[in-house]
Design a protein around this ligand. Sequence first.
Ligand code: TEU
Length: 514
Amino acid sequence: MKPQDLVFYQIYPRSFCDANGDGEGDVAGIISKIPYLKDLGVNAVWISPCFRSPGVDSGYDISDYRDIDPRTGDLSSFCRMIDAFHAVGIKVILDFVANHTSTEHPWFLEAKSSKDNPYRDYYIWRKTPPNDWQSAFGGSAWEYDAATEEYYLHSYAVEQADLNWENPKVREEMCAVVDFWLDLGVDGFRCDVLDQISKDFAGQNGNGPRLHEFIRELFGREKTKDIFTVGECWSADGENVRQLCGADRGELTTVFTFGHLCLDGGKFTTDRASLKEACRRLAEWQTLCETLGVINTAFFENHDLPRAVSRFGDDGQYRYESATLLGAIVLLSRGVPFLYQGQELGLTNSHYTDVSMFRDVEILNYYETNKDTLSPDELFARICAGGRDNARRPMPWDEISQDNFWIPDGTRRAEINARADLSAQRSVYRTFQRLIDLRKAEPALREGGFVCREITDDRFVFSRVTAEEEITLVCSLGKSTPIPSCEGELLFSNYEKVGEDLLPYQFVIFKKRS
Ligand code: TEU
């Protein structure tokens, strides 16, 4: 199967489905929802980390790469889950967290025990910090260890120590981790902050000089030649992407880049994000990747991002319309589309006014750093708009909230939940289903070129084109606006009627023979 034939759905296990009622999503819960995913039409899932972990960064701080966290399940249930996905034709990729381990990982416990421990060099130690790198979650990225009188690097939380990829033993260990999961049947990996594994201590923390060599050492092997890999590469520009994407050269199938989502104002901002600007950048990136001949990804959401319908759409009156419009943009784009759990229900951000509602280390650090300088209203408004917990609230399967869940709910569950959406006349899920079906039915949506027709304040129009057909998506970016003249057969819209004007957040899809 070609990468473009895949439609991915990201599962964040802790918050997906709690089958045993202990307050944590689990493997049994995921298995119970396979029919729901199959019906939606996705044919691949990315499972966020649920390996053994102290849980400081919700699983991205791994203390055992080869075991499943007991809160989520165990290795044998996890393997049953992989088989159950495969049985219905859904591929499974796992998160591969290569840049850092938990400081509870046995390697780090050994490493910090003494300077001459054989594991010392698995991590990055310095007598004095060689630069002023900051941790992504705030504060210096160098942490002093009083016992051995050196600093170690942590690009993320203090409890996430960066591995030293210059050490060949680390590279061997990481290849062995990849092989362990391939032997258990997984189809590939989403590689967490992969562009940070090679360091350039005199420059930025990313895209170091040995990055491509390290990636080829991991994925340029006989055993890895047919797997699907997607690297999370925040700092990649066109040239980096050209080098990174090339499974035939032992590098990656594709990458996640974030240019269309890193808009002015930063992460914790209440400034309204511009849908037009996001579309403009997305279109630019689509065109560039096509010119470069690489496979790109298409997405608006993941477990680190606020809900797209709240950020770019209208999560009040036009929630159904804007959620489905954003879905249409992703699912009709060039490359490999990724949906995030709950996006298919049009889940929204919620508003909270008490710090006890949050669990994310990034939010809590931001809160601590800013609580004395910002007013509580401003601080909560920022956290609620940009915080990662928006994506990590429990998946609302029905209207009943679970009191003992690891993260408090407080979402609009009574109104927005899977049961309600599936029986609603205007169901976000059903519209996503139709869009996925369309992508499967129309080669142009998988193989076709990307042609941006128009981006104005009011409209975004693009076509996917092959020698035989042309499929055009016409979007209202929020207001009523005339439909530009589009030839061809009307396939469908997220409104019942298609008139002379597009209505707010309406999309219309046309098909024409070339
Ligand atoms: O994210 C990398 C990353 O850069 C984000 O942490 C980003 O800086 C932040 O979300 C922006 O607000 C990956 C994972 O997706 C994330 O969940 C992890 O926390 C992080 O790596 C560390 O493993």
